[in-house]
Each structure stands twice: as C-alpha cells, then as structure tokens.
Design a protein around this ligand. Structure first.
Ligand code: GTQ
Length: 348
C-alpha cells in the first residue's frame, strides 16, 4: 500500500483507528496484504554453508562437557543465521550434528517428529528402530519415522558424528508434538540386523503387508553402497543439466517419500560438471559426501568439500560445479508441498 502522498491528517486518523481496533485484537489487512500474499516467495531464510573441518573440534568438545545420557541427545543444532533462537535450518526443518562417544548410549525415546540421520564421521555407531538395530556407516541414510522407538549407541572405538534432520518446525507449527521416554535405556533387539531390509527392501514385501499411501517405509536404512551403486549405474549418457545424476529416496512399498514430511535425494556430479541454475519452493539442506567444488546460491558462492552442509532457501537459484567426482545428499519438505499442491520448480 502506498501512503506517501496522503495528507498528515488522514494518516493520523488511520493511526488512531489502528490503535483503537488494536486494543480489540484486530489489525487492518491492507497494511500487510502484500507481505501476506507475495507475488512469489521472498524467503527470510539465509543461504549458509557450515564447513565441517571448522566445526569438528567444537563438536568433539561437547563430548567433554556433557554425556549422551545426560543430554539425552548430544547435538549441536545448525541454526539458520536468519532464524537464530528458533532451532531451525529452514522454516520447516531442523538439522543438527549429533556426537556419540565409544560406549555411550542415547537412551530410547519416541516422538511425533520424524527424523533422518546421515553419518559423517567415525565408525561403530548404531541406531535401533522399533526393536531392530542397524549399524551406521558413513553416507547411510537412516530414518526414524514418527512415533517409532529409537536409541543410538557406539560400539566402536572412535567418536561418531552424524547429521540429524527432523521436521521439528513443522510439528511445532501444527502444535502436534508428543514424546515419551522408554523404560528400556537400549531397546532389546526383537529381530536380527538386516531383517527390515530383507523383508521390505528387496523389491518384495510380506504377503499381507498393505501399507496406506502416507505410511512411512519399514526400510529404515538405505545403505550408502547401494545408493552409490545406483548413481554410478545411471551415469551413462548425459547428466541432467540442472541436477546431474539425481535420484529421490522412496518407500519401496508405495513409491512415496520415505517419511511423509521429509523428502530425501542423492546426486552425483561428475568431475568438471556444472549445473544450470534451478530454484524450487522447498528450502533444501545439502551434504557433500564425496568430492567437492563450488556452490552458488543466489549471489553467494562457497567452496564445498566432504561433510560440508549447506542450506538453500526457498526460491533461491542453486548452481553447483564439481571439481572432483561428487556425491551429495539432500533433504527438504518437498513431499509436504507436493501433497498440498504447492511445490514449484523453475529451471532457469
Ligand atoms: O536422535 O532422537 O537432533 O529426538 C533432535 C531430537 C535428535 C534423536 C535430534 C531428537 C533426536
């Protein structure tokens, strides 16, 4: 609304009026309409890159300050520079770096928030989900769907660090958060390791298994070696100009995203390849698992290497160049936007 040319008397009458209706908890739409209904997304979220090499020592330092047991989850939240104090990396998603030292246990709990893990550093970690453990290896994409019991541990001799991604801001927005702690510190295994992957992740499912469309996948680990083999396997011919060789993770029983609120992707950019600028409405968190290069988000450019995490806000053009053969993992709220008919992509 343009008020520049209005006489002072009219402006004062309006201001008085706004004060009066304000005391009755009303406010005029016309003052905020353009911001409420923008012609296109103008995200208040910042693009940012976290360099793992610069953070690692500080992550490790937390291990001397508090135990995993006391913290319940010893995590350094990656806070978007424009959303400090809000515990989020985009408007809808949370990310953090979780540290677990040899012999430690992050005790079993469950919550309505959905979570993913992506191991960055160290061997010997495991996550248990509803009675089944999986070893956590670097690059494995591991999920704990809403309301599943989960605990983590470290059976190795090195500190283990992984990236957590959760839909905490979505659940907070909806005021739908529930959580409880288990009496069992570590879940007693009900099935052997590998059971879920054999039962649900081999292009077959149990005879009587009929999942509903929005059910999360029973496959709760997507091993990196399989992901990498798939990306290499599709790398004949020309890469997509905007995405290189890119696949999305699915619930193999439904074809939908592994969890209803978070979509996840894996991408290979051959050495020397440069993507064309593309923007989409889902603010996205990227992690470099192998290789490195340069990333451009809007007007900002960073170099990235292994274990660096960067966030691309909604409707910001993303461009990447791989100096070396590169593998990236990414996640966003895309399935939510698609379910609501909101998701858009603009290949520029
Ligand atoms: O591992 O269950 O980063 O509950 C934040 C909340 C991790 C977890 C986080 C959590 C967890």
């Amino acid at each position: 609304m343009h008020t520049a040319k209005l006489p002072p008397e009219r402006l004062r009458r309006r201001a008085d009026y706004y004060d009066r209706i304000g005391s009755r908890h009303m406010t005029p739409l016309w003052e905020v309409l353009a911001a409420l209904v923008p012609p296109e997304p103008r995200s208040s979220v910042s693009a940012h890159l976290w360099r793992y090499a610069e953070l690692r020592d500080e992550v490790m330092e937390s291990g001397g300050l508090i135990s995993a047991e006391e913290a319940e989850r010893r995590v350094l939240i990656l806070e978007n520079p424009s959303l400090r104090g809000q515990s989020c990396i985009t408007q809808s998603l949370y990310a953090g770096l979780q540290l677990i030292l040899p012999g430690e246990v992050a005790p079993a709990h469950r919550h309505t928030q959905s979570a993913l893990r992506l191991v960055l550093d160290g061997e010997g970690g495991y996550t248990a989900v509803d009675g089944e453990r999986t070893p956590m290896r670097r690059g494995d994409f591991i999920i704990t769907p809403a309301w599943t019991w989960h605990d983590h541990g470290n059976l190795g001799d090195q500190p283990v660090v992984w990236l957590d991604g959760l839909d905490i801001p979505i659940v907070r927005f909806l005021d739908a958060g529930f959580a409880e702690r288990s009496d069992q510190r570590s879940q007693v295994p009900l099935r052997p390791e590998g059971d879920a992957l054999a039962r649900y992740g081999a292009n077959m499912v149990p005879l009587d298994y009929q999942p509903k469309p929005a059910d999360p996948t029973r496959v709760f680990v997507y091993p990196f070696e399989r992901t990498k083999a798939a990306l290499v396997g599709i790398s004949h011919g020309a890469p997509d100009g905007y995405h290189g060789f890119k696949l999305r993770y699915v619930n193999p029983a439904t074809g939908a995203s592994p969890m209803p609120t978070i979509g996840a992707f894996a991408q290979r950019l051959p050495a020397g390849f440069e993507t064309k600028p593309v923007r989409s409405t889902d603010g996205t968190v990227h992690v470099c698992l192998e290789g490195g290069g340069e990333v451009r988000v809007g007007e900002q450019t960073w170099r990235f290497q292994e274990n660096d995490v960067f966030v691309v806000p909604s409707w910001h053009a993303l461009q990447m160049r791989a100096d070396r053969d590169s593998l990236l993992f990414s996640f966003s709220d895309r399935p939510v936007q698609q379910a609501l008919g909101l998701w858009r992509e603009d290949r520029q």
